[in-house]
Design a protein. Structure first.
Length: 197
């Protein structure tokens, strides 16, 4: 690789190193805040940045051969693209510390048991991911976004503040065209035809 596109670690300035971490974090944040839920399918290894990418997604599906870990400590480093922030929110502080400080990799069953994975999928991983996405992709995009935001914000606020956020977002959801269609479909005993408005 030419020097201009690859700067060895020991030649990076503090500012360059920090900009690299901030860029990785910004990319993961964009994934986290996509207007629709995202699904990561781990088929094999998801270590370091690969796991951080999966952590940025709304859902994580794993195949039986999946291995997930944040092994940066073995290199004298720590996760820098959000792993130290997102992992404890999924598996709890003690388990996150165990994974990060020991570089422990989880197999698919343990990832599922710890709450790191939503489902264990067999067969064709892409087909399984598409089938999983179909479980929510027919619903109103604004309602999906409001519900996801309420749950994500609940992790950072006391319950009384979370309830206020939920009431605000629920009120916004009632103002959408999709809410009108959803209620009309319910009353008419038919499937709603959401338009994501």
């Amino acid at each position: 690789m030419p020097f201009a596109t690859h700067v060895p670690l020991k030649l990076r300035t503090l500012a360059q190193t920090k900009r690299g971490a901030e860029l990785g974090q910004a990319i993961m944040e964009r994934i986290t805040h996509l207007p629709m839920p995202s699904v990561a399918i781990v088929n094999g290894y998801a270590f370091g940045g690969g796991l951080e990418l999966a952590l940025a997604c709304t859902f994580r599906l794993v195949t039986p051969n999946a291995k997930l870990g944040l092994p940066e400590i073995k290199l004298g480093l720590i996760p820098g693209y959000g792993g130290t922030q997102r992992l404890p929110r999924l598996v709890g502080e003690a388990r996150a510390l165990e994974m990060i400080l020991t570089a422990r990799a989880l197999d698919a069953q343990t990832a599922l048991a710890w709450g790191l994975a939503n489902r264990l999928v067999e067969g064709d991983p892409l087909a399984a991911g598409m089938a999983f996405a179909r479980e929510f992709s027919g619903y109103s995009l604004p309602a999906l976004g409001f519900a996801r935001e309420a749950v994500q914000r609940a992790l950072d606020t006391p319950v009384h503040e979370g309830l206020r956020i939920e009431a605000d977002l629920s009120t916004l959801a009632f103002q959408t065209e999709d809410a009108v269609e959803g209620m009309a479909a319910f009353m008419g005993k038919r499937k709603p035809a959401f338009k994501d408005r």
